[in-house]
Design a protein around this ligand. Structure first.
Ligand SMILES: [Zn+2]
Length: 210
């Protein structure tokens, strides 16, 4: 299982890519289809790279995006160029997915293996990643993957498609970031202000208000 972007992540990342490249003929239509694929959880790990559903996962077809290439007919024939690369909807979807994972990883890297970082990682098991000798390190799995510096998001990004999948799998089972949990609790408190403290705690744990 690999982590999946939620609705807002997909919309935001599609929008940001669209702002840069929607003047290129053929890109807006393919971005729209990439959005459908992403919203439908149409990305998963394949042996050689990233598998992307042809359109929706239910029709059963998938193509593999690896090393900047896609196995679909559009990539082989009519796909438009951005710079020197060809871009079919699958490659667009895979690229947005990559960006999503990079952002998620960036939020969880707490520095090198020095004492205070180690302590923080121990205090929140399976939540943060350390950056040691060019690799990400997790309390749970040890070395998670190799990373390179990515100037686009000012952080370390998985070095290869294989490393990307390793990050995506780790993120899928990682614990929530404490900051995010706190934020959600605050938001929920606002929505549920009519509940007593006891009812609220029960609602947070079980989703039941009575
Ligand atoms: Zn394709």
């Amino acid at each position: 299982m690999i982590v999946q972007p939620d609705y807002y992540d997909v919309k935001r990342l599609i929008h940001s890519l669209g702002q840069k490249h929607s003047h290129i003929h053929g890109i807006p239509a393919r971005l729209e289809r990439a959005e459908t694929i992403l919203l439908d959880n149409g990305i998963w790990a394949s042996g050689e790279g990233i598998a992307v559903a042809s359109q929706t996962r239910t029709d059963g077809h998938a193509y593999t995006v690896a090393a900047g290439r896609c196995t679909c007919a559009d990539f082989a024939n009519g796909a438009p160029m951005i710079g020197r690369g060809k871009w079919c909807k699958h490659k667009l979807a895979a690229s947005i997915y990559r960006r999503f994972v990079q952002e998620q990883i960036a939020e969880r890297i707490i520095g090198d293996g020095r004492g205070s970082n180690h302590k923080r990682q121990k205090a929140y098991p399976n939540t943060y990643l350390l950056f040691i000798n060019g690799a990400l390190w997790s309390e749970r799995v040890g070395v998670l993957c190799r990373v390179n510096w990515n100037s686009q998001i000012n952080n370390h990004a998985p070095a290869t498609d294989h490393d990307l999948i390793a990050c995506a799998e780790w993120l899928e089972q990682a614990n929530e970031l404490p900051g995010r949990l706190r934020q959600e609790t605050d938001m929920a408190r606002e929505w549920q202000s009519q509940l007593t403290a006891e009812q609220f705690d029960r609602w947070m744990k079980t989703g039941l208000t009575v």
